[in-house]
Design a protein around this ligand. Sequence first.
Ligand SMILES: [Ca+2]
Ligand SMILES: [Ca+2]
Length: 406
Amino acid sequence: MLLAILYTLHKFPYHFVFCSLFLVAASITQKPSSVTVEEGKNVSLLCKATGQPTPMIKWRKAFSHMSRRNTAVVDGNLTIINVTKADAGAYACSAKNLLGKDSAVALVAVTDKLKFTLFPPSKVVATELSNVKLDCAALGEKELVWKRTSQNLEQNYALYPSYPNGTLLLKNVSLSDAGSYTCVAKNSQRSIEATSVVEVETPTSCSSIKSDRSGSSSGNYIIDPDGEGGVTPFSVYCDMRDKGGVGVTIIGHDSESRTYVNHVNPGCGGAGCYRKDVTYTGVSTAQLAALSRVSQNCEQFIKYECNPYSPFVERGYAWWVSRDGTRMDYWGGATGHSKMCACGVSNSCSSGRKCNCPSNQGWSADSGLLTDKSTLPVSQIRLGDLNSSSEEGYYTLGKLKCYGQA
Ligand SMILES: [Ca+2]
Ligand SMILES: [Ca+2]
C-alpha cells in the first residue's frame, strides 16, 4: 500500500493526490516577518503550515545555535523573551511531513534599549534675543525630533534638531518662543519624551543684554527693568563700548543742549527763579526709578558756566531737583556735600570757596557727575537770580547713563 502511495506521488500532481488520497506535502501558509526589536523586549515569529499528515514545525538559527535559555516554540510560533544583542540573526522555520518540506527565513535585528543619554533642562529662563540651546541625546533611537507646544498655538508641531546630536537651537528668542519643547526619541516600536519649559524675559538693562550676549552691538533695545508686571517695557539706547563695554543704558531728554540764561530770558529775580523741567524721552519716572534700582551705577553730567556776577549753589541761588521732587543743594562732582561743587570737595575752587561760580576773575564753570542713583535723574534745574544785565550763564545737562547690575 505505501509503495503504491509513493508511486502515485511520484507520478501525479499533488492536487490529484489530495483529491484521490487526502495526502498533501507540508506547505508554509504564514511566513514569519523580519523584525527589529529593542533589547530587553520579547518578540514572536509566526509560522503556520498545512499538510496531510500535519507537518512538524521546527525552528533553527542560521550560522549559530539558537539560545535555549530564552526561546520557546508554541503552536509553531517562536518566541524570544528578553532579547539581547546575541539573539540577532536569521531564523528559519521549517515545516515537514512525510510528503515534503517547506521553509521560510526571517531576520531579527536587535537595537539598543531606547533611553535618553542627555536630558534637556526642565526649565530655561532666557533673555529676549539670546540663543537657547536645548540638548537631547538618546541611545537606540531611529529618529529624534522636538515637539513644540505653545500657549499661542493650537497644535503641536515638530522641529528638527539643529545639530546632529539632537541639540535644538532657538536663535534670537522672542516672547512668542516661550513654551514647552519636548524631545521625542523614537525607535520602530515606541517613543520616549523629555520636556523643557522655556521662559523668555525682556532684558532688565543694557548691562544684562551685554552679559547675556557679549557680542551685542550698540543700538536701540527694549528693556523691562522690573520684569513681568510693574512698569511696561521701554526703548533705550545701549552703548556697548562705554564704561569698559559693560553695557550702558542711555536715556536722553529734552534739555540736552547748552542753554543760555540772562536778564532777558528768563529775566527773573530771586533764588531758583528760573525753572527748567526735564522730560526724558519716552520714559516715565517710574520706569527710570526701576532702571536705577537694577543698575549698579547711574550718573548724569551737569555743568554751569557763569559770569562773575551770577550767584550760585553755595549761596542757595541754584539747585537741581531729584526724580521724586526733592531739592538737591549740591552740584556735579560733590556727591551730596551740602552747597558744594566738585572743586569744593577737592578744595581747588578758583574763588577759594565751595564752588568756582561766581568768580571775580571772570567767567568760570562748575561741572561734574551726579552719581546718587537713588535720586537720579535730574527732573528740574533751578537757577537765579537773572534780572540784571550783568547776570548770565549757560547750563548743560547730560543724558542719564546707568550701567552694571545691582
Ligand atoms: Ca515690567
Ligand atoms: Ca540780580
